[in-house]
Design a protein around this ligand. Sequence first.
Ligand SMILES: C[S@@+](CC[C@H](N)C(=O)[O-])C[C@H]1O[C@@H](n2cnc3c(N)ncnc32)[C@H](O)[C@@H]1O
Length: 202
Amino acid sequence: MNRFDEAAKTWDKRQVSIESSDACVQDLLKNVQIKDDANILDYGCGTGFIAFALKNETNNVTGMDYSNGMIEVFNKKVAEFELEDIKAIKHNMNEEELPKETFDLIISSKTMHHIKDTNMFFKKSYNTLKNGGILCINDLDKEDGSFHKDKENDGVEHFGYEKEELFDIAKNLGFEIIAYNIVYNQEKNGKHYPLFNLIVKK
Ligand SMILES: C[S@@+](CC[C@H](N)C(=O)[O-])C[C@H]1O[C@@H](n2cnc3c(N)ncnc32)[C@H](O)[C@@H]1O
């Protein structure tokens, strides 16, 4: 059991995650026109704050996450609300490939800093997007290592990101930069931690 399996039990009660996910989605919708029948991937979906917010009558939403606990909570809500064309499946970005040229939109919120190889994350995302597809990364701005101090930085591979390092990785793979905005300021232990949306296009 990883720490996210345990966290999944109370994840939906985290007001700050509800608010920051909402801010992420609002910024995404301001910057990108998503077609009604889009095939959407929420990578590192957790219990699905973003996935459920993006679900409409005609689209298809897949959540992927390596935590059994998160996936269980996600899929329980799908069953409870009798939703169709939305599901969460188990996937570990470090170990598995993604299907080729499948998604119109990938959104990944507060997940990439848990994955060591950022270039690999962008490359796998690029390959699983259709041409013209959008990748939106929502994550922490560069921080001093104090954000996950209470978890002793367990499973944390990056203390946030500099905008330029992500622009370089994205551009080198062939992505076009669409937008970069600070969408939320998370308060924790008396400090403010900005969260950005980086939106790029294949
Ligand atoms: C901070 S949580 C964010 C969850 C959700 N996006 C949200 O904002 O509520 C990070 C998520 O990334 C997942 N994760 C971490 N490393 C992963 C990996 N290598 N492959 C797939 N998922 C991973 C965790 O299980 C967890 O659900």
